[in-house]
Design a protein around this ligand. Structure first.
Ligand SMILES: [Zn+2]
Length: 350
């Protein structure tokens, strides 16, 4: 069974929920807001299971995936995983945890909320509380929100409603003012990287690269882990960069024109990460903080050929290319010119 201790990051939310569970001061309504993949649904389902658990366990654990220097113990109240309620929660059959589904893909209408309100009049089946989870709550129509508001104004004592949303802008102020709003935050790259190493048994280099591209979102990192195209693109780009100093213009042009439209930013990020590694190695002569550890011999080689000044010019070229891409200059030529200019820096005689 999933536990709060499995959640990556989101310290503030977890602390809030721990305190609520510990003191018993549970709000009637929560909004878990944040990007898809940031852990909102997992947190909601653990919280719901914990609310219904017959034997909550206080556990002292270390925060997962923290650098050792910042590791500290924290107390959590976790669902026991053994009681009938927990077993039902885990299989999605806890009668007093109800997830609201909606028929139309892009909206949750007033009918759906009225059905929920009718169901809410029926007392909990076997627990002290009845928990409703509303995913995609940003899709609640205004009439649906007004219907929900009636419940939030006078909720039955046993009601807990958890709205999961990708932001707060769609909600009426009157809804927001009656909910405890918990916002997921971007998770640090290092935490995501060690999570991937642990969960997916990835080598350090791969985990670091995926974490870099995940934008602080563990769910996005997991998606990328299974994205073959992304992994293939990484291998191809790294191979190209490793040999760039001796690559001819034809091959440079070929590589540049073969970059998929949807993958341009990723390629540019790879190029930037690569030369940052070269710069880092050049200044520290150490490999442990590099992202492309597996290709260390090429990083060392490039660091030997390029000094600070040339690396500075290369980073400027990457920056220029990035601005030109945003300004919709033909992408093939942006990449081609950038790679040619970078190659020039390898070959310059000062
Ligand atoms: Zn339990």
């Amino acid at each position: 069974m999933r536990k709060f201790s499995d959640i990556i990051g989101q310290k503030a939310i977890i602390e809030h929920l721990y305190n609520a569970l510990r003191t018993g001061s549970i709000s009637h309504a929560y909004i878990l807001s944040g990007d898809a993949g940031s852990g909102r649904k997992t947190i909601a389902s653990i919280f719901a299971a914990a609310l219904q658990c017959e034997d909550l366990q206080e556990e002292e654990t270390e925060e997962p995936d923290q650098p050792a220097s910042r590791m500290r113990k924290r107390k959590l109240l976790e669902p026991c995983g053994r009681c009938l309620s927990c077993i039902q929660s885990e299989s999605g059959n806890q009668p007093d945890i109800i997830t609201i589904s909606h028929e139309k893909p892009n909206s949750i209408g007033v009918g759906e909320i009225r059905r929920m309100r009718a169901d809410l009049q029926i007392k909990p089946y076997s627990n002290a509380r009845k928990v409703y989870i509303i995913p995609d709550a940003e899709k609640l129509t205004i009439p649906a929100q007004n219907a929900l508001l009636k419940t939030l104004e006078e909720p039955p004592e046993y009601a807990v409603i958890i709205l999961i949303a990708n932001g707060l802008s769609a909600f009426l102020p009157t809804i927001l003012s009656r909910c405890v709003v918990l916002q997921t935050r971007a998770v640090e790259e290092a935490q995501i990287a060690s999570f991937l190493q642990r969960e997916k048994e990835l080598p350090k280099e791969q985990a670091a690269i995926l974490a870099r591209f995940a934008g602080g979102n563990p769910g996005q990192a997991l998606l990328l882990t299974d994205d073959r195209e992304f992994l293939e693109l990484r291998d191809r780009t790294v191979d190209f960069l490793a040999h760039l100093s001796r690559t001819d213009a034809v091959r440079i042009s070929e590589f540049s024109s073969n970059i998929d439209t949807g993958r341009r930013d990723e390629v540019l990020d790879f190029v930037l990460m690569w030369f940052r590694d070269v710069l880092l190695y050049h200044s520290t002569q150490k490999s442990e903080n590099l992202i492309f550890q597996e290709d260390i011999q090429y990083i060392i080689e490039a660091a030997g050929m390029l000094g600070f000044e040339r690396l500075g010019r290369i980073l400027d070229e990457i920056d220029t290319a990035s601005r030109r891409l945003r300004a919709n200059v033909a992408a093939d030529s942006v990449f081609e010119i950038m790679f040619l200019k970078i190659r020039q820096q390898y070959r310059r005689r000062i």
